[in-house]
Design a protein around this ligand. Structure first.
Ligand code: ADP
Ligand code: MG
Length: 309
């Protein structure tokens, strides 16, 4: 554990009677990283966050957040948290919700006004500060929840399913906010069952299933190679000879596929086809998605289990 580490766990585990909610989580999240903790419902994501925040006690293993043992109160003040399911009293005004949380988070009272206006600005609710929460859309309530999590300039922020309840615009807003946090050096620990949603914002992810991490790594490594599919007519014979230098080529009807391919060479590929008399009708960049990877890994796991029994 160094100062460059935000979160570190060793064999962190939680069991509720017969249910193993988390089975031995070992991981390190460096400071400044956006870390995605992904997996289907019931995988153990919320449990992991509750353990890391000290809201639930582990039944095994250890963890350190910001250099302190789990649940340490001084460290807790440097941590922001958006719970998975939250509701603020509908009669409170947004500003009042934030003031109450400033108090709870131990923000010195002379800093409340500045903190409240800065988080409202960040989540785009400045002109709704005086409105009652009851009049807010789901998306606005979610943004208010994120504003609460950002009070007190936390160094690490836990967001549990921040985009699940949102429409596409709301999701894009949350992604932009996460980018903003990363630019400001904030470590973000993001729980999500929406794999496609987070692969665009995370530096690194762990995919969990039934309490176990089944794969962890940098997002670009997990997603693997890029490909390009091009629909071409009036280009024959010379295809393999002239395009082979860009990568392995397969041809199906009018479609050429090159995989793996460097994204930068796509214009040269098209130029080569056109120079050879070909007509280009479509160019589709392709890449495996996290969802594909996850489903493939699950199949491998199931096959291994079946082989054992
Ligand atoms: N307080 C609890 N009591 C009993 N079982 C629980 C409790 N919290 C979570 N679980 C169980 O632990 C497993 C993991 O749950 P959770 O961490 O909420 O998953 P996720 O957030 O990935 O959807 C589930 O099987 C869930 O039913
Ligand atoms: Mg959850």
């Amino acid at each position: 554990m160094t100062d460059a580490t935000a979160i570190e766990t060793r064999e962190l585990a939680k069991r509720y009677k017969e249910t193993i909610a988390l089975a031995g989580l070992t991981m390190t999240v460096p400071r400044g990283e956006v870390f995605g903790f992904l997996g289907p419902n019931g995988a153990g994501k919320t449990t992991a966050v509750k353990l890391l925040l000290g809201l639930a006690r582990p039944t095994g293993g250890q963890g350190v957040v910001l250099g302190a043992p789990l649940g340490d109160l001084a460290a807790r003040r440097r941590i922001g948290y958006l719970p998975e399911l939250f509701r603020y009293q509908s009669w409170l005004r947004a500003r009042e919700v934030l003031a109450a949380h400033c108090e709870l988070a131990g923000v010195p009272s002379d800093r409340w006004a500045g903190q409240i206006s800065s988080v409202l600005e960040l989540v785009g609710l400045t002109d709704r500060a005086g409105d009652r929460v009851g009049s807010f859309s789901k998306g606005m309530q979610q943004r208010l929840g994120i504003a609460v999590a950002l009070l007190g300039d936390p160094e690490v922020v836990f967001l549990d399913e921040p985009t699940s309840a949102l429409d596409p615009v709301g999701r894009a807003d949350v992604r932009a906010l996460i980018h903003h946090l990363r630019e400001h050096g904030v470590t973000v620990f993001l729980n999500s069952h929406l794999l496609g949603e987070v692969e665009r914002v995370c530096d690194r992810v762990a995919i969990v299933d039934r309490g176990r991490v089944i794969v962890e790594g940098r997002i670009d490594e997990l997603l693997g190679s890029r490909s390009v599919r091009i629909r071409v007519t009036e280009f024959d014979g010379k295809a393999e000879a002239s395009l082979g230098r860009f990568g392995p080529l397969t041809i199906e009807g009018d479609w050429l596929t090159i995989r793996p391919v460097e994204a930068e060479s796509v214009p040269d590929i098209v130029a080569t086809i056109v120079a050879g008399g070909g007509r280009v009708h479509a160019v589709e960049p392709g890449r495996a998605t996290l969802e594909d990877r996850f489903l493939a890994l699950l199949q491998i796991e199931e096959a291994l289990e079946a082989a054992k029994s």
